[in-house]
Design a protein around this ligand. Structure first.
Ligand code: PXP
Length: 238
């Protein structure tokens, strides 16, 4: 299982004061030193954390594969096609949200997604779709012929008791459905040191993308230690 480190919130701290530090690229390099496998940044339309220059710097100045998370908006699509990250992960994006709130409605946005997926495929950029563990959305992702999906774990992480078990059951079914269709299964959102193991009954997990809790932990123990703690737990996945 691979760890993708989302460094958006390193930029959040920087943007809070308009300074040049802390550097998301430095955080990415430290994550690489600690054994992380990839870096994610989300270039939001409102540029609340990651800026355009960060995406270019991330492409050029850190060693790990770059996953650009983004809404399917014309301006951002053009930037992605210029920067050429290794992967893009298409997410729904609302200006008023604190963070990505739910999975992409692939069915409801099929023609626009089809167009962007084709442009990315033509440019040699692998496309992932961030979706809820819903059989209809997995099926739509299959129709779009994307090589991978990212299952939204936010609801699972937030709920407790019987509803948590129901969320887990949905994640397991979605992972099995996607894997059977030949789609790589990634997952992310809301994962932290406390809830990570709870996700492990889900089969076929390839990459976990983790941001907020990891950057928060790095404030206490440093970026390398925070990445290593996460990787240590991930090693228990079989
Ligand atoms: N994956 C996707 C698609 C996301 O939108 C986010 C949040 O930016 C993450 C993973 C990481 O979530 P978190 O910051 O809660 O770890």
């Amino acid at each position: 299982m691979y760890l993708g480190v989302n460094v958006d919130h390193v930029a959040t701290v920087r943007q809070a004061r308009g300074t040049t530090y802390p550097s998301p690229v430095e955080a990415a390099c430290l994550s690489a030193d600690a054994g992380a496998h990839g870096i994610t940044v989300h270039l939001r339309e409102d540029r609340r954390h990651i800026q355009d220059q960060d995406v270019w710097d991330m492409r050029r100045n850190q060693p790990l594969p770059l996953n650009l998370e983004m809404g399917n908006h014309a301006e951002i699509v053009e930037i992605a096609l210029q920067v050429k990250p290794d992967e893009v992960c298409l997410v729904p994006e609302k200006r008023e949200e604190l963070t990505t709130e739910g999975g992409l409605d692939v069915l409801g946005n099929y023609p626009a997604l089809e167009q962007s997926c084709q442009r990315f495929a033509d440019a040699g950029i692998a496309v992932s779709l961030f979706i809820d563990p819903d059989p209809a959305q997995v099926e739509a992702a299959k129709q779009l012929k994307v090589p991978m999906i990212e299952l939204h774990t936010g609801t699972f992480c937030e709920c407790e008791g019987a509803s948590r078990q129901a969320c887990l059951t949905q994640l397991i079914a979605a992972a099995e459905q996607a894997h059977a269709a030949g789609i790589q299964v990634n997952a992310g959102h809301g994962l932290n040191l406390e809830n990570l193991r709870d996700l492990f009954p889900v089969p076929h997990l390839h990459t976990l993308n983790i941001g907020h809790s990891l950057v928060a932990r790095a404030l206490m123990v440093g970026m390398e230690a925070a990445v290593k703690e996460m990787l240590d737990i991930m090693q228990e996945y079989s």
